[in-house]
Design a protein around this ligand. Sequence first.
Ligand code: FE
Ligand code: FE
Ligand code: ZN
Ligand code: FE
Length: 173
Amino acid sequence: MPAKSSAAEGLKELFIDELKDIIYAERALVKALPKMANNAFDAKLKSAIEEHVAVTERQVERLTQIFEILGESNRGKKCDAMEGLIKEGESILEDTEPGPVRDAGIISASQKIEHYEIASYGTLIAFAKILGEEEIAALLLETLEEEKDADNILTDAAYNSINLEAAEEDQAQ
Ligand code: FE
Ligand code: FE
Ligand code: ZN
Ligand code: FE
């Protein structure tokens, strides 16, 4: 077998493996994000996370569509990284009281999650392009843009809503 085609086969296998990893991660987030939203004190942060749950559900559907295009099973493969990031988020909830500090922790955990997703989809898009899977690359790009939007919304929330001075004023009242 020529070296080039075996490398291409290897990359295709890795691509499918990483798709299985990210669909597992997205499904885990559909389950985990509502708890983060319920624990958010700031109304804007809460609704931003709730909205991202709906976006994440559509991302799972988009990945399902990609597996259909590839003719592969959409069964996930445990993503240890996402399991760990979700656990970190849960331990922040255990270690904090409801309020601006917990919100800051929720934003921190959520941004680590979004950055993991951004890295994953960026790589998947590159793999799809190398493999000549343009339709799949376009679908993955839609998700990548959603993850970037979520990250930006969280950054805004961190600077605008999690205002420690305002929180101190609230406590003084
Ligand atoms: Fe996602
Ligand atoms: Fe992963
Ligand atoms: Zn993983
Ligand atoms: Fe996300």
